[in-house]
Design a protein around this ligand. Structure first.
Ligand code: GUN
Ligand code: ZN
Length: 433
């Protein structure tokens, strides 16, 4: 059967909500029906309107009592770093040396990469994530492994081979030439295949020679619809070293700009230490940011200024940044985002939080025409949330009067137990069977 209907409560964003009063930006249906045809959204409406019009041979899957939202989008995550999540005691640069680089060295082994990619994609789905922008390692086989796992699950996923040729272990180092050649071969192999896209992935400016950044920039210009994904201005020591390594550059951000790496479909993770000029150029060139609150807290990196990004008109999505981040669960990330903004006297409404996790992430990844909400014609990626999954969520959400209060309590108290099921392009992907 190519048409299936789902009955539940529904929440999605139609655009970025300015506030909790901006009811035109969101749609909430207490008792709704989502009709899915051939993996795409055909219609969403209230059950009373929709059910009488449904053909009798359309199967109605009943999730009454549950809340369906669009699939979560993780805008920055490292699949090879799963096994170093929750590693003690360091800030960024020491953490990379002590934990991340030794772990990534293991991914020269295709079998290690495959096992990790399988586990990772299953974990994404178990946490309600149907799309992600993913770092692999410097090894091309690590990129094959993550794309093969995503292809098998029909996920909309973007990934790329890490480029680095200095300030890293020799066996994680490529060159400007191999960075260019291997990335190009991977683009030709994977970009645009099913729901997969490629991202040119220089790790960060500290680990690339100018020749390598120039090679990445050439590729980014040759393939404008391929993504560019890197880290930017995460940690103050890192920012200081960038100033020494690129003394000709006015700022960290301008290093990337000099090498033609700032354009639409460029996504910069972190962006904690930028000035107004950087923000204005980022905005003018239509680049996007990944806000990674859990990682920024865990690595002691700093506080993301969402208000400044919004005022500059920059697209922002939410990233887990696992293994610097401490959870693949989007509800945890949203809860941390709220706290990071509280520390700066800013607020994050539940509507804006769920926007960041869904349509906002999709828009940041230039996928707003394909995923992120239940507008007819979009790919039917969605999560079935259960607010009774734990005694505390059952108790607290049971008392919530409005959908805003429910969503806020869920992003503060929820976890993987809140995810009852995840659907990818209209097919149940979690739980299996
Ligand atoms: N900057 C360069 N590499 C990394 C990484 O692996 N994780 C984080 N959080 N920041 C980085
Ligand atoms: Zn990262």
């Amino acid at each position: 059967m190519t048409t299936v209907a789902y009955r539940a409560a529904f929440f999605h964003c139609l655009r970025r909500p300015e506030s909790l009063l901006d009811s035109a930006a969101v749609e909430y249906l207490d008792d709704g029906v989502l009709v899915v045809t051939k993996g795409c959204v055909a219609a969403l409406g209230s059950a009373s309107e929709m059910l009488p019009g449904l053909s009798t041979n359309v199967n109605v899957v009943d999730f009454s009592g549950k809340l369906i939202v669009p699939g979560f989008v993780d805008c920055h995550v490292h699949y090879p770093q799963l096994d170093i999540i929750a590693s003690y005691g360091e800030q960024l640069l020491d953490w990379l040396e002590k934990y991340a680089f030794p772990q990534e060295q293991l991914f020269c082994d295709r079998a290690v990469a495959r096992e990790a990619a399988e586990f990772f994609t299953d974990e994404l789905l178990r946490n309600g994530k149907t799309s992600a922008l993913v770092f692999a390692t410097v090894h091309p086989q690590s990129v094959d492994a993550i794309f093969e796992a995503a292809l098998k699950r029909n996920m909309r996923l973007i990934a790329g081979k890490v480029l680095m040729d200095r300030n890293c272990p020799a066996d994680l180092s490529d060159t400007a030439t191999t960075a260019y050649q291997q990335s190009k071969a991977l683009i030709e192999k994977w970009h645009g295949r099913e729901r997969l896209s490629y991202a040119i992935t220089p790790r960060f400016a500290l680990t690339s020679s100018e020749e390598q950044l120039a090679a990445a920039g050439r590729l980014a210009t040759e393939y404008p619809d391929v993504y560019m994904h890197t880290h930017l201005a995460e940690n103050r020591t890192e920012v200081g070293l960038i100033a020494k390594q690129f003394p000709w550059s006015r700022s960290y951000f301008e290093v990337y700009d000099r090498f033609d790496l700032v354009r639409a479909r460029s996504v910069f993770a972190h962006c904690l230490h930028l000035d107004d000029k950087d923000l204005n150029t980022l905005s003018a060139k239509s680049a996007a940011m990944a806000f990674c609150p859990s990682s920024n807290l865990f690595l002691g990196s700093g506080l993301f200024d969402l208000r400044a990004a919004r005022n500059a008109g920059i697209r922002v999505g939410a990233g887990s940044d696992v293994g610097g981040g401490t959870s693949l669960n989007m509800l945890h990330t949203l809860g941390d985002a709220y706290k990071v903004l509280q520390l700066q006297g800013q607020s994050l409404s539940a509507f804006e939080a769920f926007y960041l996790a869904t349509l906002g992430g999709a828009v940041a990844l230039d996928l707003g025409d394909k995923i992120g909400n239940f507008v007819a014609g979009k790919e039917a990626d969605f999560v079935v949330l259960d607010d009774t999954a734990t005694p505390m969520t059952r108790r607290r959400l049971g008392m919530a009067g409005s959908i805003a209060e429910k969503l806020f309590a869920l992003m503060t108290l929820g976890d993987d137990r809140s995810v009852n099921a995840t659907y990818v392009a209209g097919q149940k992907a979690y739980p299996a069977g």
